[in-house]
Design a protein around this ligand. Structure first.
Ligand code: HEC
Ligand code: HEC
Ligand code: HEC
Ligand code: HEC
Ligand code: HEC
Length: 459
């Protein structure tokens, strides 16, 4: 009974927050009892909508748009938006959450990954992915975005969606067509439009993802450059077959992820996708070293490393930072080839040697990461947001620096040049997370965002 009471109080507290104003950005919740509530106690006060107003049959699948908008269709179909429901990691995590909550609280995760499924009433407690309609499995499909008529709140699927409305888009004077009525939208060319899905707050009130709120305080926002300006680059061409030339927006939504399902990217797109991610990640960070040019053997060498986020639109990393890894690797090698200092190197499983390493846990005392992490009620790290009571973050704000000092021992270093190599490394996913849900960590790509070297004379 005590649990039920606390849970009700917690939900009441969350309910109170459900207004148009920006949510509380405090990343802590202070409930000391997060034991799993039973299914009849759980509702999703932060999920939209309270009551489904439509049927999924009121929406049109993407294939219907392909005849007249072939380029938009092709680009969307290889985007992570089209991947959001088939994503095996998503399905695995939803499965764990369903087990934790005994099937209830299911709309929460689905409200953004399939806004049509939640609005269409298909996401019910205990739902199973195999029983969902094809349009629900399309994930964030054309009409998830183009039937948005307004924004009720700038987080947790805060869109107003009306399948009966004309198709909404950025063109003020759309040419008529036989299939749909069109209307110029006031929201599609805004960051808030993206923020309504990209800022994620757990049912508990825990702040999980906040690129929109990061952007609000960024130089890009001051200069009026929105998410679309970086993530939907424009070209000139027809917006529909036979239509006039216009400024058209890329619908591939390049980020840092690579879809893990073989065949999701057609063969000729695999290398091209990798190249687009590489391009997005080029020149977005810098590493600068300050170190003496010589050190007497036996004395500690101070290595000062400054890491800068050169993205002026949001933190590095942003979004689901708790599954990303951004870290500094430092390796100092003496003239005989002996490694006298290393941090940020991996164990034999490919994991960083921190809490999650199965082989060498907590053995990298100098490890510095710039991601974020979730902590449960017992003070232990967790990978499951709904089990967390705390979310710490060391992500670097836009155009900010972080400085780290390493103390490199030289007692074991041979006299002569000591080679110091520093890399800022990034990977979209940690191997231990994929192993946890039974997926293959082999495919994870590690990107070196910046690097620097120094040579120090050991005397
Ligand atoms: C029969 C052809 C046809 C089909 C099918 C079609 N469209 Fe269109 N669509 C057009 C034309 C023509 C325009 C106007 C283009 C212009 O003015 O440059 C347009 C415009 C748009 C716009 C821009 C509206 C604006 O005012 O900014 C969007 C968004 C859009 N369509 C989405 C869709 C979606 C989503 C579907 C599928 C559910 C779809 N279209 C199906 C022909 C079509
Ligand atoms: C100035 C250009 C710029 C702007 C503006 C911008 N982004 Fe990004 N975005 C990037 C770059 C570069 C990356 C890759 C580095 C990273 O992960 O932070 C990225 C990565 C991302 C990622 C995936 C990476 C991750 O770490 O999860 C998401 C999601 C994202 N941005 C969403 C947004 C949203 C939402 C907005 C608007 C509120 C936005 N971006 C505005 C440049 C930009
Ligand atoms: C995640 C949301 C999202 C999805 C999914 C999406 N679009 Fe869009 N689309 C947009 C936004 C946002 C714009 C306008 C960008 C701006 O003005 O800055 C746009 C613009 C358009 C336009 C106007 C021409 C242009 O490129 O600016 C057309 C046509 C269009 N989309 C068609 C489609 C079709 C067809 C699909 C599905 C195959 C689709 N969109 C999926 C968000 C989306
Ligand atoms: C209806 C909800 C929704 C809307 C609207 C939306 N997104 Fe997304 N977006 C998502 C989800 C969910 C994913 C991740 C899907 C997955 O991989 O499982 C995603 C993925 C992405 C990625 C790829 C991230 C990566 O790491 O590869 C980028 C970039 C992105 N979105 C940018 C945008 C931008 C820019 C806008 C606004 C024009 C926008 N999104 C609008 C829900 C949304
Ligand atoms: C408020 C909207 C929203 C809700 C609610 C939401 N997500 Fe997401 N999800 C996103 C967005 C946006 C992204 C893309 C973030 C990025 O790339 O940084 C995403 C990405 C993901 C990814 C892909 C990560 C990757 O980069 O490959 C997984 C897995 C995922 N979400 C699982 C979940 C689970 C499980 C829940 C419920 C606990 C959930 N999501 C609830 C919006 C949401």
């Amino acid at each position: 009974m005590r649990t039920a009471l606390l849970w009700t109080l917690l939900l009441a507290a969350c309910d109170g927050k459900e207004d148009d104003s920006a949510p509380d950005t405090d990343t802590d919740t202070d409930t000391d009892d997060t034991s799993t509530p039973s299914s009849d106690e759980v509702t999703d006060p932060l999920s939209m909508p309270a009551e489904p107003a439509w049927s999924v049959d009121d929406f049109n699948p993407a294939a219907e748009c392909a005849t007249c908008h072939p380029t938009h269709y092709e680009q969307w179909s290889i985007s992570n938006h089209a991947y959001s429901m088939v994503d095996p990691l998503f399905q695995a995590l939803v499965g764990v959450r369903q087990a934790d909550f005994d099937g209830a609280s299911d709309r929460f995760c689905l409200q953004c990954h399939t806004s049509i499924g939640t609005r269409g009433g298909e996401i019910v407690p205990g739902f199973s992915f195999d029983e969902l309609s094809p349009i629900v499995m399309e994930g964030i499909t054309c009409e998830s975005c183009h039937k948005v008529t307004g924004i009720a709140r700038d987080y947790n699927s805060g869109h107003e969606i009306d399948p009966a409305a004309p198709v909404q888009g950025p063109i003020a004077d759309p040419v008529d067509n036989s299939y749909h009525a069109s209307a110029a939208s006031t929201v599609h060319d805004s960051s808030e439009f993206c923020g309504a899905c990209h800022d994620v707050i757990e049912v508990s009130g825990l702040d999980l993802e906040r690129p929109y709120r990061e952007w609000l305080e960024s130089p890009a926002a001051d200069e009026g450059r929105n998410c679309q300006s970086c993530h939907m680059p424009t070209t000139t061409g027809p917006a529909a077959e036979g239509g006039p030339d216009r400024e058209v927006h890329d619908h591939r939504f390049v980020g840092v992820d690579t879809p893990a399902i073989p065949g999701f990217l057609p063969e000729d797109e695999v290398a091209a996708h990798a190249a687009r991610v590489e391009a997005l990640l080029t020149d977005i960070a810098a590493v600068d070293l300050q170190v003496a040019s010589m050190v007497p053997q036996g004395e500690e060498l101070d290595l000062v490393v400054t890491v800068s986020n050169l993205i002026d639109g949001h933190n590095l990393p942003t979004g689901s930072t708790f599954i990303r890894e951004l870290w500094l690797e430092v390796v100092a090698t003496d003239t005989d080839g002996n490694v006298v200092f290393e941090t940020g190197t991996l164990d034999a499983n490919g994991d960083l040697r921190h809490y999650w390493s199965e082989l060498e846990p907590y053995s990298d005392y100098d490890l510095v990461t710039f991601g974020s992490g979730l902590i449960d009620q017992d003070g232990e790290p967790t990978l499951f947001p709904w089990r967390a009571t705390e979310h710490w973050s060391a992500a670097i704000p836009p155009m900010y620096d972080r400085t780290v000092t390493y103390f490199i021992p030289t007692a074991e270093a041979a006299p002569g040049p000591l080679d110091v190599q520093v890399r800022l490394r990034f990977r979209p996913m940690a191997p231990h997370l994929l192993r946890l849900v039974g997926m293959d960590p082999e495919a994870i790509v590690t990107y070196d965002l910046a690097e620097a070297t120094a040579e120090v004379e050991v005397q």
